[in-house]
Design a protein around this ligand. Structure first.
Ligand code: 5AD
Ligand code: SF4
Length: 446
């Protein structure tokens, strides 16, 4: 009988994509994937270390699994960012761990697990990807049947002072455009309706050659890639995450040209204060950012804008925080991810004196959250009676009669529909606006 593996994923879309890739490589090597940790021979945690609690969660989970399984001891492995950063010290923090695979060891995972199953202990692989390693994932092997994440660039060269990503995922590496386009065509032919181009900073996409992009215009390689991907006629195309300094207005022009480039842009600002932005080494001011927003707001269709904000960065004064509140008001975000600053060891910001108390961080977090709730209520309210197109992705977890999916503007939308419509794109009339989702009724579906 072949060994069974349970793979649990924490953190961002990059990790989700990496886990899919790990699952494909494991199945190809003859392993069976399990849905729960109870009976698996091998348990792998794909970890995230961008924020404090994300890393902490993994240790809690390892403890929980350990308590669940007193008799049969599985092979426990940690992969991803925490593995890359902590290395062998993980063996000391958790005696159950006997395999550590860094952020670029995904394709070697079957081999590493094989060694562990042969009885080897304390296995570590923190190496770079092998030369010529392909990023492709067959359409047949993905988790969702309708929405696929397609990595176009990994790593980050920005070194924002608070961020661990350049250390955990290394320098930027772009994937060849011809490979990306071929994968998307395969996904389209297989029946996928939506793809997300993903990367820590998609705007700095810069492949080694122009192969696959020659026929497409665009101010940056990413703009050319967007047009090349749009030309595949994949029905819905979204992309995250954009970085303000590299966000060229030509991206908006491309969205204007192609209806299948969806009307949603995630453009994290982090702070509305120039002083804090400087300390974060973001390389843009609030007014540079607002110029980008202006370009997005002048698009042919209304483009939904979402963002990330860190409150309580070391040295952030109340006046700085007021600048952030003002910027948020000015932009009118469709959604906001708010984080309290948390120190990441080894980053430049960790050397700063963090003089914003925990209480102050929490107070700013709550104030911003409440303001955003008010803005969002207005923005979501404007959708009432409007018609939107929703990809039906799964049954709603809240109501048996309802299905759930995302609109082209990336809102969560729930509505009554039969299971048979899974994977279809429906025209939905919005009847209610909830704080973080819309509710509606189907007008038509195929
Ligand atoms: N503390 C708090 N939030 C952080 N982020 C990244 N690093 C930190 C940190 N040290 C947030 C940023 C980023 C998002 C993915 O996580 O807002 O955009
Ligand atoms: Fe981190 Fe900045 Fe890179 Fe985003 S752009 S991953 S915040 S260093």
């Amino acid at each position: 009988m072949s060994a069974t593996v349970y793979l649990e994923t924490f953190g961002c879309q990059m990790n989700v994509a990496d886990s899919e890739r790990a699952a494909v490589r494991l199945r190809a090597a003859g392993f069976d994937l399990e849905d729960s940790p109870e009976n698996a021979d091998v348990i792998i945690f794909n970890t995230c270390s961008v924020r404090e609690r994300a890393a902490h969660k993994v240790f809690t989970r390892i403890g929980e699994v350990r308590r669940q399984r007193l008799i049969n001891e599985p092979v426990v492995g940690v992969m991803g960012c925490v593995a890359q950063l902590e290395g062998t010290s993980l063996f000391d923090s958790s005696p159950l761990v006997n395999l550590i695979a860094g952020t670029r060891a995904t394709d070697r995972l079957p081999h590493l697990i094989g060694r562990a199953l042969d009885g080897e202990n304390r296995i570590v692989d923190l190496d770079e990807r092998a030369e010529g390693e392909k990023w492709d994932l067959p359409a047949t092997a993905r988790t969702s049947k309708y929405v696929a994440f397609v990595p176009i660039i990994e790593g980050c060269n920005k070194f924002c002072t608070y961020c661990i990503v350049p250390y955990s995922r290394g320098r930027e590496k772009s994937r060849p455009a011809s490979e990306i386009v071929a994968e998307i065509k395969e996904l389209r032919d297989y029946g996928y309706r939506e793809i997300h181009l993903i990367g820590q900073n998609v705007n700095s996409y810069r492949p080694r050659t122009e192969a696959g992009l020659e026929d497409f215009k665009g101010a940056t390689p990413f703009c050319r890639l967007l047009r090349a991907v749009a030309a595949t006629e994949m029905e819905r195309i979204k992309f995250t995450t954009s970085f303000p300094r590299d966000f060229h207005p030509d991206i908006v022009a491309a969205i204007d040209e192609y209806d299948n480039l969806c009307e949603w842009i995630h453009l994290p600002v982090q702070s509305g204060s120039d002083r804090v932005l400087r300390m974060m080494r973001r390389g843009h001011t609030a007014s540079d950012y607002l110029k980008r927003i202006e370009a997005i707001k002048n698009a042919r269709r209304r483009i939904a804008i979402t963002s990330d904000i860190i409150v309580g960065f070391p040295g952030e004064t109340d006046a700085d925080f007021r600048d952030t509140m003002r910027l948020v008001e000015q932009v009118g975000y469709d959604g906001l991810y708010i984080f309290k600053y948390s120190e990441r060891p080894g980053t430049p910001a960790a050397k700063l004196d963090d003089d914003v108390s925990r209480e102050e961080k929490t107070a700013r977090f709550l104030e911003l959250e409440q303001a955003q709730r008010r803005h969002q209520e207005k923005i979501y309210g404007r959708y009432i009676d409007r018609e939107i197109k929703v990809l039906i992705e799964r049954p709603s977890s809240k109501s048996e009669a309802d299905m759930t999916g995302h609109s082209t503007c990336h809102k969560v939308v729930n509505f009554p529909a039969p299971l048979a419509l899974l994977g279809e794109i429906a025209r939905v009339r919005v009847t209610q606006a909830k704080p973080n989702s819309l509710y509606g009724e189907i007008l038509s579906a195929p």
